[in-house]
Every structure is written in C-alpha cells, then in structure tokens.
Design a protein around this ligand. Structure first.
Ligand SMILES: Cc1ncc(COP(=O)(O)O)c(C=O)c1O
Length: 372
C-alpha cells in the first residue's frame, strides 16, 4: 500500500509532548482514571474489578455496543462495530468499501485520513472545498457536481475539523438524499457530535437516516477519553459491517479490554460527561471572541459552531508556519498551521477544549504584542 505521511500526526509527533501548552488540540481536557472510575455504576465497577485481561470480542463488548447503539435511535447493538479509535474505523471502512474501481467525494480541508486512506485503497478522490469567505459552509451543489457514475462513497465530517463549521438538518438530509441517489455510502464522521455550541444544532446521526450511511464516533473528543482508543461505526447495512469487520482481523483484531469497560462507564454517564466538556468549551470560547475582536485586522475567524477547534486566518504579512514556529520556540505554545492540512491559506487551527487555554492564549497575545 502506498500511503502518504499523515502531516498532522507527524507535526504532533514532533511537538505534542514537548510544547508546554497546546493551543491547537481537538480533544477536550482528558479525564484522569480516578475521576472516571468515580462515575462507575454498580455493574461497570463490577466489570472493572473482575476484569480478565484476555482477548475481547472482535465486534466489541456486547454491553458497549448496546450503549453505543442507544445513541442512534432505531439502531441495535448488532449495527455497531467497535474499533481502536475513529482512525482504525476510517481505515477499515476504506479497505472494505473502496478499491481501484471506485470514486470517493471528500469534503476538505479534512482530517487527512478521510481522503488519504481512500486513495491508498486505490479509489480516485475528488474534493469539495469549504471556503473561509463562504463561512466554511457546505454547498450541496458542489457535492452534486463532484459526483460521477462510479462514485461509491461520500465522506463528510460535521462538526468539522479544522474549522468547527457545522451543517443544518436540511443539508444533512440533502447529503443523505445525494448518497442514496448515487447508491454511494455516506461516511459521516461525527466525532465532534454533542459539542455543538448551540445545543439546538445537534443533528441525528446519519446512520439513523439511511442504511447507506455510517456514523463514525469516538470516545476521544466530546467524551474526553482519547487515551482509551475506542471508536465505532454505526450502520444498518450489516453486510457492509461484516466486510468492515473482516478488515479488523488484520489490524487490531479486538479492542483493549480495560478500555472497553472504561468507555462503557463514561457512556452510561453521558449527560455528565458531555456537560463537563461543554462547560470547558463554553468558558473558553468567549475568551477567543474577545481576542479576535481585539486583534481585528491581524486575525480573522469564522466563529465555530461546533467542536473545540476553529481555523482563523492570519492577516499579517508573515507566514503562519513561521509565526507558529517562533511561538512554540519562544512561548512554548503550539498552533497548527494550515500547511499540515495541505491548505494554501494563511490559517491555523486553534483549540479551546483544554483548561489551560486562557494561559496559552495570554502567552500568544504577549507574543503577538511584541512581534506584530
Ligand atoms: C475528524 C476526525 N476524525 C477522526 C479522528 C480520529 O480520532 P481518533 O484519534 O480518536 O482515532 C480525528 C482526530 O483528530 C478527527 O479530528
């Protein structure tokens, strides 16, 4: 398989564990083990204390699959496959559903694996670009124009990485309709679902709307548990799920036993876990509003509608890569320049899911004052 390096992951590999403050993370402040265990109900505490560290069921722990299925009304435990993070699920989907005869349409800028793994599987990929000047809005006509007779997958991600853009219900319905008409799979990356900034912006999972759609979820973002490496696909097409499951036999085979139980613990306390994440985001986002209002003319952003990230534009006559490099060297604060997305704009990803965001932002402001 010929696959290009994952630019964002390579960038993080260089900086994530050396930079003092991450001002570009897409996850939410992670739980500590003790804090999570305190959420256990009697059943999950019993499962944890009596846990055997053997292999687990390939499709996922039955209780975990049932808990995930309950997030998608109309779906059952057998409509869910558990993976090692969303990343493994993207890989398995592409390997199972796409090959040399296929064409995929992917909305970009994107989390690189959403297009890269499809390409590596042999598919031809067409992109539909979201644009800052259009408020990062998705235009369904652009999607329709990108379709071909051999299009077999449409790949979207809302709330969106890196912009925090979101779609409305009518647009989601439109995507489902387009996929059904094209007889294509709709891979809907919903890893930031439930982190919509206006709760009314919550959409159904795409898998609820059509058997052609797959909803991709993960414990890493909204549920603040990236270290568990637990993700899933929910889909009513069991024949397709069977083919995807067969790929997993060649990757991780099954999930980590402790992680499955810890994920179950968290999902059983869905309201509390999501409220914790939203509280962090809700406290941080107004600080960014103030920052961008103050620095108008230097930074410009389309306010995100979901997720814990945004993709501001840097208007100074300095390349964002140079600014980001100097910022991490001098202040220990990490930004993610648009180049890691292969995006030509002078943009950067900013993250606001961490509790230390105010300090990171204060340091960036001090740096900007000294330099710009
Ligand atoms: C849109 C999107 N999809 C998938 C993933 C992969 O998630 P995980 O690292 O938890 O597997 C990420 C991670 O940043 C993401 O932003």
């Amino acid at each position: 398989m010929q696959i290009r390096p994952f630019a964002l992951e390579r960038y993080f590999a260089e900086h994530e564990f050396t930079a003092e403050l991450l001002l570009c993370s897409s996850d939410v402040e992670a739980y500590g083990l003790r804090e999570l265990l305190a959420l256990a109900d009697d059943e999950t505490r019993g499962l944890w204390e009596g846990l055997s560290l053997g292999y687990t069921e390939t499709a996922g722990h039955p209780l975990l699959r049932a808990e995930i299925a309950a997030l998608y009304p109309g779906l059952e435990a057998d409509d869910v496959l558990v993976f090692a993070g969303a990343e493994e699920a993207i890989f398995a989907f592409a390997q199972a559903a796409l090959g040399g005869e296929d064409h995929a349409v992917v909305v970009t800028p994107d989390y690189q694996s959403l297009h890269e793994v499809a390409r590596a599987a042999g598919a031809e990929v067409s992109t539909v670009e979201l644009e800052h000047d259009h408020g990062w809005a998705l235009d369904l006509d652009d999607v329709r124009r990108a379709l071909r007779p051999d299009t077999s997958a449409l790949v979207v991600n809302f709330p969106h990485n890196p912009t925090g853009a979101h779609i409305d219900h009518a647009t989601l319905d439109g995507l489902v309709e387009i996929a059904e008409e094209a007889e294509a799979h709709l891979l809907s990356d919903e890893v930031y679902r439930w982190l919509e900034h206006a709760p009314a912006a919550l959409l159904p999972g795409a898998a609820e709307l059509s058997p052609r759609a797959l909803s991709l979820g993960v414990m890493s973002k909204t549920f603040a548990l990236p270290g568990l490496r637990i993700g899933w696909l929910a889909c009513r097409d069991r024949e397709l799920l069977g083919r995807i499951a067969a790929i997993r036999d060649y990757t991780t085979i099954c999930s980590s036993a402790p992680s499955e139980i810890l994920a179950l613990m968290a999902l059983r306390r869905f309201d509390e876990v999501v409220a914790r994440s939203r509280a962090i985001v809700d406290a941080n986002l107004p600080l960014l509003d103030e920052f961008f209002a103050h620095w108008q003319g230097v930074f410009e952003w389309v306010r995100p509608r979901g997720a814990a990230i945004g993709f501001p534009r840097f208007l100074a006559d300095v390349a964002i890569d140079d600014f980001a490099r100097a910022l991490v060297d001098e202040e220990g604060v990490l930004l993610l320049p648009a180049s890691v997305y292969g995006h030509p704009g002078n943009h950067f990803r900013i993250g606001f899911g961490r509790r230390n965001m105010p300090e990171a932002l204060a340091r960036m402001e001090r740096f900007a004052r000294a330099r710009l």
